[in-house]
Design a protein around this ligand. Structure first.
Ligand code: NAD
Length: 427
């Protein structure tokens, strides 16, 4: 079984199931014999093609998607009830829980499907190929189109999400928010130990697999490529990519070392490009078999992406650039139903970047005399709180409310949403 090919096949399988269920799910790659109830699809015609999006071996994902769609529709027809049962049965949709892909007699891959990763693991272990049954809402009334505020509660439930830099700070808050709202979250971080500890704590507290740790350096394409391969094989695809990893090295334009300027640019600006590149590749494959399903790439930007920051040009410049990337990627990627937006938080004064007692910005700014007249960390904090009309720093919950809004909002892309307690206002 060719490993790179599996990463292309997995999102096609996940997409077809999302399309059938109109809800997120997990499609986990497996090996071994094909169970009796599996939907077996021969992808031979998808090989030996030479279209523009070939992925090696002359394999064409667009042709493969078409074949999977047709095989799936035929299976649905085969299982369709007739006569008096039909109207009633239409309310219950049966989705195969195992799909096997082949090239003639060569087994290309086997995928187990269910709504979440624990249910998939159970199926895999018991080789349980019974249908997934989805009861469709019969409510075709006046209120059908998501007007009710209740839809916000489930907005990320069972979605597969990735948070770069998820081991601490805003990233950790976002991971906690998504996991507690029912998503499966990959915590991808340079600090793999921190990511693993956080995943362990979350899974123990929630009593389910809600978080998976994975190593990532957002400045390295190899590292990102390996991460997205792992995601494809573990869950079949991705619904939400939060590009959060960022660093801040402040400095005067007259004094900052070039290496420091470049480092800040690499992580904050280039890192977002790399995340969006690999996320959109995976999401666009999934889109081939789930054309109506929208996915999201969200950059955690900053208020410094909306206005200049004194003696902090490298950071502000990279964040301004991030908004340019988000707007440009949004224009291109909506063809694949991928929305791209940025969240621009104010200062997370309770987070480690500011509050770390040894190297946090409060102690650094106090030592550097950056706040005139400040004699203590509390004075520095009061100075920064005083800049905010709402008189407090930004929190994880403030950022989460914006993320839920962006995911739920079907009709917006390419936006930078300020979350600054009124410190930044639109011009
Ligand atoms: N803290 C704030 O006040 C504030 C305000 C506005 C925006 N932001 C933005 O929020 C995001 C998170 O900031 P934070 O303050 O929580 O940061 P933080 O320093 O507390 O955490 C950053 C995380 O990213 C990881 N990381 C760093 N470089 C990485 C790399 N190359 N690859 C993968 N992971 C890497 C770190 O290991 C760490 O876990 C950043 O994009 C930042 O610009 C922060």
């Amino acid at each position: 079984m060719s490993s790179p090919l599996l990463s292309v096949l997995a999102p096609l399988v996940r997409g077809i199931c999302i399309n059938a269920l109109n809800a997120p799910c997990v499609a986990a790659a497996d090996t071994g014999s094909i169970p009796k109830g599996a939907l077996v699809v021969d992808l031979s015609p998808a090989f030996d093609q030479k279209p523009e999006n070939e992925t090696g071996n002359g394999f064409d994902a667009v042709t493969a998607a078409k074949i999977i769609n047709e095989a799936y529709a035929a299976r649905e027809f085969e299982n369709a009830p007739s006569g008096a049962d039909a109207a009633q049965a239409q309310l219950v949709k049966k989705v195969p829980s195992c799909i096997a892909l082949s090239r003639g007699i060569e087994n290309l891959g086997l995928f187990w499907i269910d709504r979440d990763i624990d249910a998939v693991s159970k199926r895999k272990a018991g080789r349980d190929d019974s249908f997934i049954e989805e009861t469709l809402s019969g409510n075709e009334s006046l209120f059908k189109s998501g007007l009710s505020a209740l839809c916000r509660n489930d907005v990320v439930k069972n979605r597969v999400a990735l948070v770069s830099g998820g081991a601490q700070g805003f990233g950790e808050q976002i991971v906690l928010g998504l996991a507690s709202s029912g998503a499966l979250v990959f915590i991808a971080d340079l600090n793999i130990k921190g990511a693993e500890e956080l995943a362990k704590k979350i899974n123990a507290e929630l009593g389910r697999t809600a978080a998976i740790a994975a190593p990532l350096d957002v400045t390295k394409e190899d590292s990102a490529s390996a991460l997205f391969d792992t995601i494809a094989k573990t869950t079949g695809g991705l619904d939400l990519c939060i590009s959060n990893a960022g660093v801040l090295q402040a400095g005067s334009v007259m004094e900052q070392e070039l290496a420091s300027f470049k480092f800040t640019t690499e992580v904050n600006y280039v890192g977002f490009f790399i995340m969006a590149k690999f996320a959109s590749r995976l999401m666009s494959l999934q889109h081939l078999t789930s054309p109506a399903w929208k996915t999201d790439i969200i950059q955690i930007n900053s208020k410094s992406g909306l206005e200049g920051s004194n003696k902090n040009g490298a950071y502000a410049g990279a964040k301004f650039g991030g908004i340019g990337l988000a707007e440009s990627f949004a224009l291109e990627l909506i063809a694949h139903n991928i929305k791209v937006n940025a969240v621009c938080p104010g200062n997370f004064l309770d987070g480690p970047l500011w509050s770390d007692p040894e190297k946090g910005l409060f102690v650094q700014y106090l030592a550097a005399g950056k706040v005139p007249g400040a004699r203590s960390v509390a004075d520095v904090r009061a100075f920064y709180e005083g800049k905010v009309p709402m008189r407090r720093g930004c929190t994880g919950a403030d950022v989460m409310r914006t993320i839920y809004y962006i995911v739920e909002q079907d009709y917006e892309t390419g936006q930078a949403v300020p979350v600054t307690g009124g410190q930044n206002m639109l011009h």
